[in-house]
Design a protein. Structure first.
Length: 419
């Protein structure tokens, strides 16, 4: 019997060493919860046994308990990295449509190719739907949904109107040979225009088109005339857009550079394009032709430009130069008995009958800790303590081995007596 007792001691010490080794191995695992072993003594007796003379039967493993104390929080610089300071677990879903729920303190998240927030194992972070101002729309567990951050926002629209002003040169800064030019305007022939300006024009998909405004000087001051006149020509993707009334495309300036004509919107059209161009506020200058101001009403689809997460777990996304818009609020779960959770690896847990059902909530609310963005919670393993435990477990193992050796020696002595 003493041999069996010594064996249980060996097994217990070996289990203790294995658990301590596991803690040490995971000292660098994000969100890992250290565990400890608990043992109990065993007694084998019958109703007729005198309890005052009963000897124990060894030891057995009662439980491996998780330590849910706070780990060290370190900054990472990655906005989607999240750490909880206080109670709570992130709620994850193993599949996009359905799957099982798992819970973790490991907040190392990123975006997958579809814009969903996932962990390194591909599990989806769950959140409550919110209004654009961050107000939660529903706190029901059934309302939870995977966090999706659209990579683009808005709809593309084509340019239909342009509002620009330009300072045209009083000198012939281009290659225009004569005023007015001898040949008709041809954008491929620099001798038929005085200068040009590239402009921004978008198509229906928000793509930039190759567009230019060409300025042909048709009159300049002389002994009789004090005015300077330019005619504006619009070319988009090598198509010349003509004005409904050619006279509307003329920009006339007096000797002081004050604009006299061309102070309204002019409709230009071609086979594929229709644009309204308003060049009010233009003028003359001695330097080369330059655009003073420019605006067009086309829109491009705006790409994701930034993410922010507040201490309550509300995720805000910014697109282009727009103000941030709330897209989701990270859901948290807690349990009446966290130590009853079942570890499944990767610092993840599932519910069990001992843990009870999850209690849902939000970061910063009663019963839940605060959430820190751009940070991660490290393992809560105390390496010094684990090394001390390892030494203790090793001594226990050696002592149990010695007890086993002694028991074997006694058995051998009995065998020798019989011989």
């Amino acid at each position: 019997m003493s041999v069996n007792i010594a064996v249980t001691g060996l097994n217990a010490a070996q289990t203790d060493i294995a658990n301590t080794s596991n803690n040490i191995a995971n000292v660098g695992t994000i969100g890992y919860r250290a565990s400890s072993t608990e043992f109990g003594d065993m007694y084998t007796s019958s109703p007729y046994t005198d309890p005052s003379t009963t000897v124990g039967s060894g030891t057995e493993l009662l439980a491996v308990k998780q330590d849910f104390s706070q780990g060290t929080v370190t900054n990472t610089g990655n906005t989607l990295d999240m750490a909880l300071q206080g109670a709570g677990f992130f709620v994850m879903q193993t599949e996009l449509d359905g799957g099982s729920e798992i819970y973790t303190r490991a907040g190392s998240f990123g975006l997958n190719s579809d814009g969903y927030v996932v962990d390194s194992g591909g599990n989806f972070l769950m959140a409550y739907p919110v209004a654009e101002n961050g107000e939660v729309l529903s706190m029901e567990n059934s309302a939870l949904q995977p966090v999706s951050i659209p990579l683009q926002s808005g709809n593309a629209t084509a340019t239909t109107a342009i509002d620009m002003s330009v300072n045209l040169s009083t000198t012939n800064s281009g290659q225009q040979a004569a005023v007015p030019p001898a040949a008709a305007f041809d954008f491929t022939d620099p001798t038929t225009y005085a200068s040009s300006s590239p402009i921004s024009v978008l198509d229906a998909e928000g793509k930039s088109l190759d567009a230019m405004v060409y300025y042909v000087k048709t009159a300049e001051p002389d002994g009789v005339n004090t005015e300077t006149t330019y005619t504006a020509y619009l070319v988009v993707e090598d198509e010349i857009l003509t004005p409904a009334d050619p006279a509307d495309a003329e920009l006339t300036f007096d000797q002081f550079g004050v604009q006299l004509t061309g102070n309204g919107a002019v409709d230009y059209s071609s086979a594929n394009y229709d644009l309204s161009v308003d060049m009010s506020g233009s003028g003359l200058q001695q330097n080369a032709t330059a655009i003073i101001s420019y605006a067009q009403n086309g829109e491009q689809v705006k790409g994701l430009s930034g993410l922010e997460i507040d201490n309550n777990g509300v995720i805000y996304a910014s697109y282009g130069d727009d103000l941030p818009t709330a897209v989701a609020q990270v859901a948290l779960a807690n349990f009446s008995n966290p130590q009853g959770l079942k570890p499944i690896g990767s610092a993840d847990f599932t519910v069990s009958t001992d843990s009870g059902l999850p209690i849902m909530g939000q970061a910063g609310k009663a019963g839940f800790g605060e959430l820190r963005s751009s940070a991660l919670e490290s393992s809560n393993v105390d390496l010094t303590e684990e090394l001390v435990n390892l030494i203790s477990a090793q001594r226990n193992y050696q002592a149990s081995a010695k007890a086993l050796e002694t028991s074997s020696g006694l058995a051998q002595s009995i065998i020798n007596i019989r011989n």
